[in-house]
Design a protein around this ligand. Structure first.
Ligand code: SF4
Ligand code: SF4
Length: 704
């Protein structure tokens, strides 16, 4: 039997190689005759496979003859294409036809795509029948046949081989980053879990495919960080691909949970279409017009949303695959049919909310995000010269690994194997204890201790202890690509309302609502734990619900909408209760930004510190010029401003400097670089930062 399978595999490989060669021909076809030849050969392949299919659907001498006749008829018809192309070519050479197009026409690309898809589908169907993995009388008609064929190894493996070979053959016509994306895409297609009905393959494909997809996301993020100008063709291709990956991961989740493979199969076919359309019309990738993506918030949003949706379903898939005991049957538990409309609506909200919150708070989602976003932070680490910022970045990565992944998941399940799910002890970190468990008497004490520790640390070193180290958010905000999206803080009409250190009315309302909701939820949770008032929200303790709402749902919604709300919007808009509480301690603490020499800031025209600030504190240069220091409770101590000051004039001061001053220890030599100042014709203006948000220089003490 294995010899038979081997023969089929060799045949499939030959067909994949032939198709790839024909696609290369199609991509480089510049004459009508050549284009017609490609179509003729593709149609010949379709004819051969269709004939074979007819035989395998009803094996026997009669169907063999039918198959032969069908193939012959289709092949004869395909000769017409060659004939018509030949005539057109002759007319062209005699000057009677319009000049040949400079690239493949839309009609030609469409025809090639259709024939390649048809060929692949018929081949997948025929080979599955020949191998005995598909019954000739597959149930469900076309809706049943389509996913069965597309998710078969004969379709998926052949297609991925074809894609990889096509990428290789056309590598000289495509820019290097496009080749990388297409090659990774081909291998990810090969690692399709439904391709083989074997446990070892399913596991291998889920782990390796997910890892490779994460690798692709990291590559893309780093690429857009380093290349702020993208051609229209490449940027469009990327958002299309990511949208398809979102659908594909959703399809894989449905396949693993319910055995439904239709969405996965549909996304595979759509991915094939965009892949082959891209390689056939590759010209615009290198020659098309390019534009800065930072001026295209909708594009950046589509990119982030595509990646996020893929990751959510990938996280759920990994949870089910790695930890089926805890996760099987926990998603979408309430019925949507057979219940009144109102109940169905509630159930849909319940299911959707807990799917999202449960997944984003789960071990493997957080581990996966840690790898992806941690890689971007590692890239940032490499290009960060300041030792202090490097130490903070290293601490931030360590805290993420410890407080988001190791302690809540690995440590507790190892140390307390019999503890019920979610029964974790509150700890210092993102949740600050609130939301991991109902506020029962024993838990309240631990939460208060947690806040006391946070308060002391924030007073001594600033809110950066939480917002730039302990919290999981900064790891996601501060990687290279996401950090570069801080330009949206100044360009988005909505985000601009939150610029500068002042508290706008909108900010005050937001923080008031957030702290109010925390107070109400905490009181309700305490009363519920004491048995005084039985209250739950969406089936959960109020504080557990509140934590899930803010950090499992809202945080990610706000993350993918950075192009509209700006980077670090939990800080700029004040919608995080943890950050708001930490900022209250910063108000009375030692943390502030100081400059060595005020005059340098007065002469400075770059205002780089303000431009680099990820929370949009664009008014800092004005304060430096006036008082030599800047204290804002919104500042979360990232230190980007310190790193970019071209004159090395800025530093972060906290309790260590206060102690040094009190002890009268000698000051370190000033590191200020007295470089020639950059002068601009409008040197008295506001500079390039934030329009009217940066106060004009003339409002500060006279220069020199
Ligand atoms: S404001 Fe909240 S979510 Fe944002 S970084 Fe600080 S603690 Fe994290
Ligand atoms: S970039 Fe440096 S010199 Fe210029 S205003 Fe900022 S801290 Fe002062």
């Amino acid at each position: 039997m294995w010899q038979y399978q081997l023969v089929l595999a060799v045949l499939a490989t030959l067909m994949a190689a032939t198709t790839a060669g024909l696609i290369r021909w199609a991509a480089t076809a510049r004459t009508t005759l050549r284009a017609g030849t490609v179509l003729f050969l593709l149609l010949m392949m379709v004819a051969m496979v269709a004939g074979a299919l007819l035989y395998f659907l009803r094996p026997g001498p009669a169907s063999l003859l039918d198959g032969f006749w069908l193939a012959s008829a289709l092949m004869s018809a395909s000769v017409l294409i060659i004939f018509a192309s030949f005539l057109r070519e002759v007319r062209h050479q005699e000057g009677g036809a319009p000049p040949p197009p400079t690239g493949p026409s839309l009609a030609f690309v469409g025809a090639v795509l259709l024939l390649v898809l048809l060929n692949e589908f018929l081949m997948g169907w025929t080979f599955s029948l020949a191998a005995g993995s598909l019954s000739p009388s597959v149930s469900g008609g076309i809706p049943g046949l389509f996913p069965a064929v597309v998710s078969s190894p004969w379709f998926l493996f052949t297609m991925s081989g074809e894609m990889l070979l096509t990428t290789y053959l056309l590598r000289d016509r495509l820019p290097a980053p496009v080749v990388v994306v297409l090659a990774l895409q081909s291998v990810i297609m090969f690692l399709s879990p439904p391709a083989l009905a074997a446990g070892w393959w399913n596991s291998l494909a889920i782990y390796a495919g997910s890892s490779l997809m994460i690798g692709l996301f990291v590559y893309l993020m780093e690429f857009i960080y380093r290349h702020r100008q993208l051609t229209g063709a490449f940027s469009t291709y990327l958002v299309r691909l990511l949208a398809i990956y979102g659908a594909m991961m959703m399809g894989l989740f449905l396949w693993l949970t319910y055995g439904a493979v239709l969405l996965f199969a549909a996304s595979v076919v759509v991915e094939m279409v965009i892949f082959f359309e891209a390689v056939l019309r590759s010209g615009p990738f290198s020659a098309g017009p390019s534009a800065p993506w930072q001026l295209r918030p909708n594009w950046a949003f589509a990119l982030l949303a595509g990646i996020f949706v893929s990751e959510v379903f990938m996280g759920a898939l990994l949870n089910l695959q790695i930890d089926p005991t805890d996760y099987a049957g926990v998603y979408f538990t309430l019925p949507l049919s057979g219940v009144p409309v109102g109940v169905a609506a509630y159930n849909a909200i319940y299911n959707g909310f807990w799917f999202l919150a449960g997944t984003t708070g789960s071990t493997w989602f957080l581990a996966m995000m840690g790898v992806e976003m941690g890689a971007l932070v590692a890239f940032k680490f490499r290009e960060t010269p300041q030792l202090e910022t490097r130490i903070r970045l290293a601490l931030m990565m360590g805290c993420y690994a410890g407080f988001a992944v190791f302690f809540p998941s690995i440590y507790y399940s190892a140390a307390f194997p019999n503890a019920p799910p979610q029964a974790t002890v509150p700890f210092l970190g993102w949740s600050m204890g609130i939301g991991t468990e109902a506020l029962a008497a024993g838990v309240v004490g631990v939460v208060l201790i947690t806040y006391a520790i946070t308060g002391v640390l924030s007073t001594l070193f600033g809110r950066r202890v939480i917002c730039s180290v302990f919290c999981t958010a900064p790891l996601m905000y501060q990687g290279t690509a996401i950090d570069s999206m801080k330009t949206f803080n100044r360009s988005s009409p909505l985000a601009r309302k939150y610029l500068s250190s002042r508290f706008s009315a909108l900010y005050s309302v937001t923080t008031g609502l957030v702290l109010g909701s925390l107070a109400v939820a905490s009181a309700a949770s305490v009363l519920d734990s004491a048995g005084v008032w039985n209250v739950t929200v969406l089936g959960s303790d109020p504080t557990v619900f509140l934590f899930a709402l803010y950090f499992g749902v809202l945080w990610y919604v706000m993350f993918v909408t950075i192009p509209y709300f700006g980077n670090y919007n939990c800080v700029t808009m004040g919608w995080c209760y943890t950050g708001t509480i930490a900022q209250a301690f910063q108000r009375v603490g030692f943390f502030k930004l100081k400059v060595h020499d005020r005059q340098v800031c007065r002469d400075c025209t770059t205002l780089d510190c303000a431009k680099a600030c990820p929370v949009g504190l664009v008014d800092m240069p004005g304060h430096f010029r006036q008082t030599g220091e800047f204290r804002s409770t919104k500042c979360c101590g990232v230190g980007d401003c310190v790193g970019v000051c071209p004159y090395n004039n800025l530093y972060i001061a906290d309790v260590r400097h206060w102690v040094r001053d009190r002890l009268g220890l000698p000051k370190r030599p000033s590191p200020v670089k007295h470089l020639p100042m950059v002068r601009t014709p409008s040197a008295g203006g506001v500079g390039p930062v934030g329009g009217s948000v940066v106060a004009p220089r003339t409002t500060y003490p006279a220069q020199r």
